[in-house]
Design a protein around this ligand. Structure first.
Ligand code: GLC
Length: 690
């Protein structure tokens, strides 16, 4: 039985909710809510026998529709084609936005105004104003402001000075939808401070294979968590209802539709072959709840879906997925944006020629560099009828509808809006530190080594003990989250600085490799080990690699051998985007804390390591199952043969006296069914980088 079959077996155990009744329809997609209206993580995953029609919290408004129609009627074909075009800020100027009637721009990971990583708030606002002026005061009859989108996936992390929150995997450990809503609302204010309009978040993937390098961008392997979090993330970003006269809210974007976490072998941008039932009832849950929450944009996914009875191929080119299911069956009336040159992977398309993708249901094309030739080609394809004018009009209608609902059509320029230039909107130290505390999962605490007394004298080792870069991971200032130093994070703390604050400088000795100091001279050793930061493609996908600890910094591998068993208890803090097979590291630790990718507030980890006044306890629970073997790439609760070291939902508190027996450090032989997938697919943009 394959994992997919066993998922179906699990799903079949639950009575499907039959849509269609009016009462069911208006509730379909909306999670169970607490008395204060916050989504609850359901005990039982709601399942659907067909794609449900979801009633959005943003209802259709005939006044908006009339305004859209009136605007559309004034637009030339060139203005319509410009409106569906989304270049990247490094390849277009405000004057070109004006000349080509551009509807949206984005800054990709590692793109800043003036190519300055430390660009000031004013620098961001100046560029936002320039794009806005160019789009509003262009030579078109219609005054249609540009939308600027950004990957604010764990706070507005591309921006210098912004608080960076834990990545989604850490929030999944917190099991607190209300926290996700507060973080999303704070993120919206961060985005308003720099003048953008749109967060390419939340990611509502349900990662099922640890080979996938974007595992940490998902909240959990458990669709129930993703369902509740997707709902709250959208409401945190967009506010309770739209239109919004551009207060603190921004547009949200549920991504990547659909099946990004389901690909065979966890290959990024690969092929998902799950059944339609699994696609809907596992990987679709976050979209159903995001639509119910009123999400106005959805980003198409790079992957393909070839279900047993539905070989759709690339999602970017699938009419059935983008139009038949998302727009017609589920009733989504916002806009679908493609991913970065995603249209170029569709048969018959290229990065700058996208008729098949647009006809399938892509409304806005993210064409970072080749936007000029895209516009020229698209004008020809509309003229020839390859792209029907009705499809172009539908795409522009959706874009205009979203712009009116978001409030940008009637807003002043970005620098004149609430929170613009407001540094206090960028910094959310207390909220981030709370999130870090709630994300930590205690996996081992032998004879109650934790918490440390405030009088303790500690030795600190490990490559991630004093590295904000390693704490924040990918999608932070740079695309891959690397090439950053602590100086790039003015408002931040690390485990080391947190320990110094808690215990006093004289009680904390830092010896990164553990080669100098003698552990026996200390009350405890704190070892902070971690993965080297990565984002999509690149270092993230494991390809042929096992889950063994060699994904950690090489320097970290010998650290625990140097400091363990020498009289001082060892407390290991593990900074990573996914569980790995770390049996030997756990054996050499007296306490072991999974800290995921905590962001800029590393001191939140120390809040639970050292007994303080406002004493906190570990409340985090595993959002992903922890592997017993280096070959357990697909390890998901409810699947056949489920045999984790620590199960989904596992986590100790300081009062638990559970020791972990010595673990087997010999890697078992590779089972035949984990033959490595192709390192990259033939359509992956990373094919030349493998
Ligand atoms: C990337 C990612 C997507 C992101 C987009 C813009 O390739 O797949 O998550 O929003 O490009 O940076």
């Amino acid at each position: 039985m394959t994992a997919t079959d066993s998922t179906e077996a699990v799903l079949s155990l639950r009575a499907p909710i039959e849509p269609a009744s009016e009462r069911a329809r208006c509730q379909v997609g909306t999670p169970e809510l607490d008395s204060d209206g916050t989504a609850r993580i359901p005990e039982t995953l709601p399942t659907y026998s067909d794609w449900p029609e979801v009633r959005s919290s943003v209802p259709r408004d005939e006044a908006v529709e009339s305004r859209v129609a009136a605007l559309l009627a004034t637009m030339s074909v060139a203005e319509k084609v410009g409106q569906i075009t989304q270049p990247e800020i490094r390849s277009i100027t405000p004057d070109e936005v004006r000349a080509f009637h551009i509807g949206s721009v984005l800054n990709g990971g590692g793109a800043w105004p003036g190519d300055d990583k430390h660009a000031s708030l004013q620098g961001w606002l100046d560029l936002a104003d320039a794009f806005w002026e160019a789009s509003v005061h262009g030579n078109a009859a219609a005054r249609i402001p540009v939308l600027w989108g950004s990957d604010a996936v764990h706070g507005h992390a591309n921006t210098y000075g912004a608080t960076v929150f834990p990545h989604n995997i850490g929030l999944g450990a917190a099991r607190e939808p209300e926290l996700v809503r507060r973080i999303s609302a704070a993120t919206a204010r961060q985005i308003r401070a720099t003048g953008q309009d749109w967060a390419f978040a939340p990611t509502v993937a349900v990662p099922q294979n640890y080979r996938w390098g974007r595992n940490y961008e998902g909240f959990s392997e458990d669709a129930s968590i993703v369902l509740a979090y997707g709902y709250e993330a959208v409401r945190g970003l967009q506010g309770d209802s739209l239109p919004d006269p551009v207060g603190s809210s921004v547009l949200a974007c549920a991504k990547h539709y659909i099946g990004d976490g389901a690909t065979d072998g966890g290959v990024d941008q690969g092929v998902a072959t799950v059944s339609e039932d699994v696609l809907r009832n596992v990987h679709g849950q976050g979209y159903i709840s995001a639509l119910a929450a009123g999400v106005q944009t959805v980003m198409a996914s790079f992957n393909s879906w070839n279900g047993p009875d539905a070989p759709e191929g690339k999602v970017h080119g699938s009419y059935r997925l983008l139009t038949g299911i998302l727009k017609e069956a589920m009733g989504f009336d916002g806009l679908v944006v493609s991913d970065w040159n995603g249209v170029g992977q569709v048969e018959g398309c290229a990065d700058d020629r996208a008729a098949q993708a647009i006809n399938a249901g892509i409304d806005m094309v993210m064409v970072p560099e080749d936007w000029r030739s895209f516009i020229a080609n698209t004008l020809k394809q509309v003229e020839s009828g390859e792209i029907p004018m009705s499809r172009l009009d539908d795409a522009v209608t959706r874009i205009l509808r979203v712009k009116i609902r978001s409030g940008v059509m009637d807003a002043p320029k970005p620098s004149r809006r609430p929170f613009a230039g407001d540094v206090s909107a960028l910094v959310h130290t207390h909220l981030a530190r709370e999130a870090v505390r709630k994300s930590l999962v205690l996996l081992k605490n032998r004879v109650n080594v934790l918490p440390l007394a405030p009088s303790a004298r500690v030795l600190v080792v490990g490559k991630s003990a004093d590295s904000v870069q390693n704490q924040t991971g990918g999608w932070t200032l740079t695309w891959q989250g690397n090439e950053n130093s602590n100086a790039d994070f003015p408002a931040s703390s690390t485990v080391l600085t947190g320990l110094r604050d808690a215990l006093g400088d004289s009680s904390v000795v830092f010896d990164e490799t553990g080669e100098s100091a003698n552990p026996a001279d200390f009350d405890a050793v704190i070892a902070v080990l971690g993965e080297i930061p990565y984002a999509e493609g690149f270092g993230g996908d494991l390809g042929d690699h096992s889950l063994d600890a060699s994904l950690l910094y090489p320097e970290d591998l010998a650290v625990l051998d140097r400091v363990s068993g020498l009289g001082a208890p060892v407390i290991t803090v593990y900074i990573s985007g996914r569980p790995l097979w770390v049996n030997s590291e756990i054996n050499r630790s007296d306490a072991f804390v999974a800290a995921w990718l905590p962001g800029t507030e590393g001191a939140g980890i120390v809040d639970l390591l050292v007994q303080g006044d406002n004493r906190h306890d570990f409340t985090g629970r595993l959002p992903n199952s922890w592997p017993r073997s280096p070959w357990q790439f697909e390890l998901n609760a409810g699947h056949a043969g489920y045999d984790p070291l620590f199960p989904l939902g596992y986590g100790l508190s300081l009062h638990d006296s559970i020791d972990v027996a010595l673990l087997d450090e010999a890697a078992p032989p590779r089972p035949h069914d984990t033959l490595s997938p192709a390192r990259v697919t033939d359509t992956s943009p990373f094919r030349n980088l493998a």
